[in-house]
Ligand binder design. Structure first.
Ligand SMILES: NC(=O)c1ccc[n+]([C@@H]2O[C@H](COP(=O)([O-])OP(=O)(O)OC[C@H]3O[C@@H](n4cnc5c(N)ncnc54)[C@H](O)[C@@H]3O)[C@@H](O)[C@H]2O)c1
Length: 419
């Protein structure tokens, strides 16, 4: 099959923070490795794609790589939210698309991309409602399009080890947990202030979802009750958003997970953000413990020359650009592994199709079923509990923290307020 492993072209929709920090570096590295061919980044804001083209960090790491943008250099902003369709109209089918847009746009754009028959990597959360996730799952499966969701914490080695040891029964049964992910204060000054408003999203949905997904990934338990309380505040542009949140998730076995989230880790503090997970387990007349300090990973740097922030904790595990045998720098870490998992999966599916084109639909569907079953890459089917949790969380936070329940008793799970 290896001679059929041809690079797929990639369209990235959105040119914001996550594209600059993670997705484009990962894609450019995959391009070096022959997984990805031509890359086009499309954003309605000309300034966003210009910032990528002019990014010093990208130039330093990838002097040997290129990508195109839409709008092209010198072209103005676009007022067309479907600009990406003009780019996709020029692409061959069964190439790759990465969707990196604000949370509330994912559903519409997923529906817009699928008719072009593209494999898709979508940033988390896939969509905000369970029914929408199921709709995407069905259409993607029928078309033979692989959809992966970028829950990168799954690819952290400590998460993979935790999943293995939990599934082997070594920890005992999950009983009580506490997670936190507080993003830096400077996020409030980023473009997210334009969309991170109360009616669209909140810190629990934005980043708490990573730890909900992770606890489900480790334990396989289904969430059944959610309550989220938010604290509102103003962004620098005057828009109002939930800047802090406290959530509580109850699982089907009665286990309780408490999650604190926010946009407010001090810019001056040591880490890139504050995050971690503690889980307690019931065993056989003894208890189990898992403790992940995800923000201080044992590395401290203090620079004597020229850095904005002289002292910091260095997280070498998520994404770092390091020297390697080739030109520029090589991005490494579980963030890269996570993006690579879906990009490589898509490339490999098309290699199998190239070896047996007459069976293309069956090959693509079998690969999707295999990934659903394996459960490593989050897919619309195997991680749909995330949409149930997000739907319940939004219901709860918009109702002052009232308890929302997920009811699995019917043909399809439903979400409602308890009272
Ligand atoms: N840790 C993580 O997993 C992580 C971190 C950050 C962001 N994200 C997710 O990534 C997504 C984007 O976040 P971000 O921080 O990069 O946001 P951002 O605001 O920096 O970027 C979003 C970009 O989308 C563009 N855009 C909006 N509508 C468009 C359209 N119709 N067509 C083309 N471009 C359009 C905007 O112009 C903007 O440049 C969100 O869903 C967020 O939850 C995930």
């Amino acid at each position: 099959m290896s001679e059929n492993k041809k690079a797929l072209d990639l369209t990235i929709i959105g040119a914001g923070m996550i594209v600059n920090d993670l997705l484009l570096p990962a894609a450019l590295q995959m391009r070096r490795e022959g997984v990805i061919g031509h890359i086009t980044v499309v954003d309605m804001r000309s300034s966003a794609v210009t910032a990528l083209r002019e990014s010093e960090s990208l130039k330093r790491a990838f002097p040997d790589q290129t990508f195109d943008t839409c709008p092209a250099p010198g072209e103005p902003d676009s007022s067309d939210p479907e600009l990406y369709k003009k780019v996709l109209a020029k692409q061959k089918p069964y190439q790759m698309v990465i969707i990196a847009l604000p949370d509330q746009l994912h559903y519409t754009v997923l529906k817009g991309v699928l008719p072009f028959n593209q494999h898709i990597l979508c940033v988390k959360p896939l969509v905000l409602k369970y029914a929408q996730a199921m709709e995407i799952e069905k259409e993607a499966r029928e078309r033979g399009c692989f959809v992966g969701i970028e829950y990168h914490k799954r690819f952290d080695r400590r998460s993979l080890l935790a999943r293995k040891n939990y599934r082997e029964g070594r920890f005992g049964e999950f009983s009580l947990g506490e997670a936190r992910l507080i993003e830096p204060y400077y996020y409030r000054h980023s473009n997210c202030q334009n969309w991170f408003t109360c009616e669209n999203t909140d810190p629990f949905v934005y980043v708490g979802c990573h730890y909900v997904d992770l606890v489900c990934f480790i334990t396989g338990l289904r969430p059944v009750q959610i309550s989220v309380t938010g604290r509102k505040g103003k962004f620098p542009n005057g828009k109002e958003g939930y800047l802090w949140s406290n959530g509580r998730v109850i699982f089907e076995n009665g286990a309780i997970l408490s999650i604190n989230n926010g946009l407010g880790y001090p810019n001056e503090a040591g880490g890139g953000n504050d995050q971690g997970l503690i889980m307690y387990f019931e065993g056989d007349d003894r208890s189990g413990l898992l403790d992940h300090d995800d923000h201080f990973r044992g590395v401290e740097h203090c620079y004597a020359v020229g850095a904005d922030k002289a002292f910091s904790y260095i997280n070498p595990d998520f994404i770092r650009e390091v020297p390697y045998a080739g030109p520029g720098l090589k991005p490494i870490g579980y963030g890269i592994d996570s993006v690579a998992a879906t990009l490589t999966m898509s490339r490999d599916i098309e290699a199998r199709v190239a070896a047996d084109p007459a069976n293309a639909p069956a090959i693509r569907r079998a690969a999707i079923a295999e990934a659903n079953e394996k459960g490593l890459i989050a897919t619309p089917e195997n991680s749909s509990y995330n949409e149930l949790v997000q739907e319940a969380a939004r219901l709860s936070i918009l109702n002052g923290g009232d308890l929302a329940v997920i009811d699995y008793s019917g043909d399809r799970p439903t979400v409602r307020l308890k009272k």
